[in-house]
Design a protein. Structure first.
Length: 359
């Protein structure tokens, strides 16, 4: 017995009283077909709710889809290396569907580098793009130009509202900031002072993600009757003496009083490295919360130099963004626009299980 799930072109032809070739021409919209035969076939297709095998049709078409990924240049073990690994893994899995991808890298500390990478991307032809949203205004400008070209795109790392991106894959940066504040207050109390360490960033130039995390952090403090003082330190590890001096000046009055510190991106390990170079009396009361389970941060967590890490799975962000964009192009598959990663709270007692959960 023939059912809707296994109806073949030959079955449709018999029901419509036409040849197999006629049905094939109608399904693939090629060649001349009389209006009478077209109406008969389309009536049958409607009655049986015919759904073509999209995978088979695509494999037969041999069309190549090329994606662009504009993300920061990465170093070994860094956050952006993990994101790149996820992107590349998805592209490799989709290679049988003729998905290709080209990277456009930029310096995450240099806005002009992002602008230049965007210009290079726009000079070429792509079917879709993955965008790391560090520099908000410039990302919006790029997005508008992609809209004009009718090129679909997805955001990763942090979201930007009111844009026409098909998807966002990443953490909820605002909630991440709230969680970080809650954890830090639990460590040092609502009356203790806190400091933001901006590693290589000026506070006025922090990324979209960092600013959104800071907003969540501050809102949590306001809702918790926080009464301590807040400090912002701009620290450049390449200017070590200057950075260490700033830390000594700040921490001098906290040799017997707890103080909490946070880095709003993945570079808590750099703050730890600087604190390690200070005398013990400056650091014994410092409690730290950081972001992202990269190797350098995991080492600091295991050594007890960081109390908590919050992770948003950058590899999964990159992987899922490529898969969603590709499935949309290939098979018109639909997804929710905003796709949030779990916010994982990591401590030294559970970090090994987190790193080893994959088969």
């Amino acid at each position: 017995m023939t059912t809707k799930s296994n109806i073949r072109i030959v079955d449709i032809a018999k029901m419509a009283g036409v040849s197999v070739g006629t049905v094939d021409r109608i399904l693939h919209n090629r060649g001349h077909v009389s209006e009478d035969k077209r109406e008969r076939v389309e009536k049958i297709l409607k009655e049986i709710d015919y759904q073509p095998n999209m995978v088979a049709r695509f494999l037969a078409s041999k069309k190549i889809y090329t994606l662009a990924a504009i993300i920061p240049t990465s170093t070994t073990g860094s956050y952006w290396e993990l994101a790149s690994e996820g992107i590349s893994r998805a592209v490799q899995e989709l290679s049988k569907f003729n998905i290709r991808l080209e990277y456009f890298h930029f310096d995450q500390y240099d806005r002009s580098s992002f602008v230049n990478a965007s210009k290079k991307l726009l000079r070429e032809k792509f079917d879709g793009a993955i965008i790391a949203t560090l520099f908000g205004d410039h990302v919006i400008d790029l997005s508008k130009k992609l809209d004009h070209k009718e090129i679909p795109y997805a955001y990763i790392d942090s979201n930007i509202s009111m844009q026409n991106n098909l998807f966002y894959f990443g953490g909820d940066s605002y909630v991440s900031g709230q969680i970080a504040a809650k954890l830090l207050i639990q460590e040092v109390g609502v009356n203790a002072d806190l400091f933001f360490a901006h590693i290589k960033f000026k506070h006025s130039e922090i990324s979209v993600q960092m600013k959104t995390r800071e907003n969540g952090f501050m809102d949590y403090l306001r809702s918790s009757n926080y009464s301590g003082r807040l400090h912002h330190l701009e620290l450049d590890p390449d200017k070590e003496n200057e950075a260490l001096h700033k830390l000594r000046v700040l921490l001098d009055e906290y040799q017997n009083t707890a103080i909490g510190g946070i880095v709003l991106n993945s570079r808590i390990y750099e703050l730890v490295a600087m604190l390690d170079k200070l005398e013990k009396r400056y650091t014994s009361k410092v409690r730290l919360v950081g972001h992202d389970a990269i190797e350098s941060n995991i080492k600091a967590l295991k050594e007890g130099k960081v109390a908590y890490l919050l992770s948003q799975r950058p590899d999964t962000q990159g992987y899922d963004a490529v898969k969603a964009l590709s499935n949309s192009l290939l098979f018109r598959q639909e997804y929710e626009k905003d796709n949030y990663m779990p916010i994982d709270i990591l401590i030294k007692e559970n970090i090994d299980y987190y790193k080893n959960y994959k088969l």
